[in-house]
Design a protein around this ligand. Structure first.
Ligand SMILES: [Zn+2]
Ligand SMILES: [Zn+2]
Ligand SMILES: [Zn+2]
Ligand SMILES: [Zn+2]
Length: 354
């Protein structure tokens, strides 16, 4: 463990931060040139940053030739969108010189998005509590396109005399509980899909994986539906698609695509994807990046990443304040996802892994 940590600390020296001067050595003329170049860069960046707040009439300097121009008339780097040129010729000329910096800016901007707080979890439309993290603790009703927690399903079941929970909105039984006619079931899902309901795509994908409700077993079709579900904001769709690429389920194993979809899933709020990303970073020795992922998962109430965050604190990968803050948010989320009815439902329907 400590070896990997030390490796990371060494790697950190190359993360773009200026290296420390040896105090006993006077700076050489090449050092001074290098310092001048950095100072010039900082000045240009400051000018660019300052000019961002001012409207279109603001002036900027071409990163290639230094000529001043009107910001709105200038040619922007399509990749990082942070550097301006007076024309396409200057942009082309500067391409190779700018490449490295451009890649760094793009990576930094991407990381900002990757490690931003994920969107808040969806609420159960009956009890208005956050839906549990475990997909086994809620059900999707294809009649109305609503996802309802097991606590409310249990309460509905009790109110029906302990027989069957009917949809609180239209009084029909849930998709996952009873096999209505295949046509009715898929027709309902297709109506929801036409209305852009991401969960409906996910549910139909599940039918194709198992070949249920009269549909053929077709993982390739399921993968298409997962993608669509993800695009419609259903992070589990991206997560399942990432798993398909990771394991080569009717697609060629593609670890880059798997990572891409795990990242999209994590950004959409999937704690399992977030935990996976943390494990992948951990395995490659990027312990600080790993911790960032695990912390986000725990802050979302995910117990599965709790132990490793505790370990991160013990190894001084995270500070005491970060750890305390993470635990506080963990308990808040847990409280928001717990209720007497949900506890009763767990006792009734069985216990779950998380
Ligand atoms: Zn120019
Ligand atoms: Zn660029
Ligand atoms: Zn509920
Ligand atoms: Zn309904």
């Amino acid at each position: 463990m400590s070896t990997a940590y030390e490796q990371k600390m060494i790697c950190n020296k190359n993360d773009g931060a200026p290296e420390q001067q040896d105090d006993n050595q006077p700076p050489s003329s090449s050092d001074i040139d290098a310092i001048d170049a950095v100072a010039e860069d900082i000045e240009k960046v400051t000018l660019l940053e300052n000019s961002n707040d001012i409207s279109e009439v603001s002036k900027e300097f071409c990163a290639a030739c230094g000529k001043e121009g009107k910001s709105c008339d200038m040619n922007t780097c399509n990749k990082c969108k942070s550097v301006k040129y007076c024309n396409a010729a200057c942009k082309k000329k500067h391409r190779s010189k700018h490449k490295k910096k451009c890649e760094r800016i793009v990576a930094e901007l991407y990381d900002e998005k990757l490690f931003a707080d994920p969107p808040s979890r969806e609420e159960c439309p009956i009890c208005f509590q956050l839906l549990p993290l475990d997909a086994d603790q809620y059900s999707f009703f294809s009649c109305c396109g609503k996802t309802i927690c097991d606590g409310c399903i249990y309460a509905m079941r009790e109110s029906e005399g302990g027989v069957l929970a009917l949809c609180a909105f239209c009084r029909k039984p849930p998709t996952t509980y009873i096999s209505r006619s295949n046509e009715v079931n898929t027709k309902q899902l297709k109506n929801l899909m036409a209305a852009g309901n991401g969960s409906a795509f996910l549910v139909l994908a599940g039918y194709y994986v198992n070949g249920s409700y009269g549909l053929p077993q077709d993982q390739a079709k399921a993968n298409e539906l997962y993608l669509k579900a993800g695009e419609l904001g259903c992070s589990t769709g991206y997560y399942n698609l990432a798993d398909s690429y990771n394991q080569g389920e009717r697609v060629e194993v593609d670890k880059t695509k798997a990572e891409h979809y795990y990242e999209l899933a994590a950004m959409g709020g999937s704690v399992l994807a977030r935990h996976n990303l943390g494990c992948a970073e951990w395995e490659t020795g990027n312990l600080h990046r790993a911790m960032k992922h695990f912390i986000i998962a725990v802050r979302s109430g995910f117990e599965g990443s709790l132990e490793i965050v505790k370990h991160g604190f013990e190894c001084e990968l995270i500070t005491k304040d970060e750890y305390a803050n993470t635990l506080r948010l963990y308990h808040e989320r847990q409280k928001e996802m717990r209720s007497d009815m949900r506890d009763k439902a767990r006792g009734f329907y069985g216990s779950f892994p998380y």
